[in-house]
Design a protein around this ligand. Sequence first.
Ligand code: RFL
Ligand code: PHB
Length: 390
Amino acid sequence: MRHQVCIIGAGPSGLLLGQLLAKAGVDAVILEARSADYVLSRIRAGVLESGFVDLMREAGCAGRLEQEGLVHGGFSLAFDGRIERIDLQGLTGGKSVVVYGQTEVTRDLMEARAAIGAPIVYEAEDVALHDFDGSHPRVTYRKDGASHEIACDFIAGCDGFHGASRRSVPERAIASFERVYGFGWLGLLADVPPASEELIYARHMHGFALASMRSHTRSRYYIQVPLSDQVGDWPDDRFYDAFRRRLPDEVAERVVTGPSLEKSIAPLRSFVAEPLRFGRLFLAGDAGHIVPPTGAKGLNLAASDVHYLASGLIEHYAEGSDAGIDGYSARALARIWKAERFSWWMTSMLHLFPEAGGFSARMQLAELDYIATSKAAAITVAENYVGLPY
Ligand code: RFL
Ligand code: PHB
């Protein structure tokens, strides 16, 4: 079997890349290790930058997002008994974000791919990348006990942090930069009306909490937990008690409880691999970098990578120019490092670092007070949150 591009992974990166390439007449196959249902069962991001929405439009997949997505013109920071709103629209000249679940983005992209009949192989086992340092890359996999091989011009590694793509690059060719934070986020999804119309990021002496949502009737709440905790340690009642305690009283009073539809713990990590191109293999999305979720940047960074990569590949096929693919890694990394900085900074300012002591706690409060009282500081937060330009 031969295709122009072989995409590994059917998360948002792989599916969006597949759709943008298909629109431009570039032929790609997607290989996904899991089933479609499994991919759709993962509850992750919820906040989309306008650049992401534009890309979904370009991919012809923005219909439902535009109808059902909730446009948010601000969010709040809660600390020290205060609630301070960041007026995204007012501070950025009218920009906002859209609250729409990653699950729904994925579903829309999967349906669009099925509608055009573009090839996608779910439950592909033992996916392995070969010869991407030469001019004839290949990808092999097994499906239902049979072995398959795909010959292609390029491989797009969109298989997330634990995927095969980055691991297939020789160690001497790749540099990794990493920070682990020693705690995680426990997330709970429930069909209860959100406690607040906009997102609230709360710093509290017991740890961070975030009140987010998926719709007017579905809430997504998070609390910081030690990495040693298991989901089983946190029955719903215990979760809601801890969550309420970390929020300002007037918000806590509005928290409606209901049985969890999903609960999971995600460790927080910052990670960047450099470069993002190895011959005819490109890494995009979580395969190349991870941010802690505090800045809502992971999915959005995946989209900007895909934008640069898709335009480079399309330029290669349409115009015979390799300028775009040659510049891919540097262009993507310039935006990635700024989002890494913002995500690390938001994480440092809002979480409990038990080992850091009183000085660090005072620094967090001073930083938050500065944002609340300085327009320059608030603009810095707002312009990063809505997303830096592509
Ligand atoms: P994904 O979504 O991990 O998809 C990778 C796909 O590759 C498949 N795969 C393989 N396929 C074939 N062969 C192999 N060997 C394979 N190994 C893996 C996997 O099954 C999977 O289907 O990566 P992608 O597409 O790059 O997308 C990245 C985003 O998922 C991620 O950055 C965001 O979810 C991060 N994130 C957030 N990002 C935001 O922009 N805004 C947010 O509000 C936000 N909140 C979050 C988040 C991530 C979270 N967790 C759980 C880490 C909240 C949380 C709690
Ligand atoms: C979410 O709704 O899942 C969410 C929102 C904002 C974040 C992280 C996650 O910063």
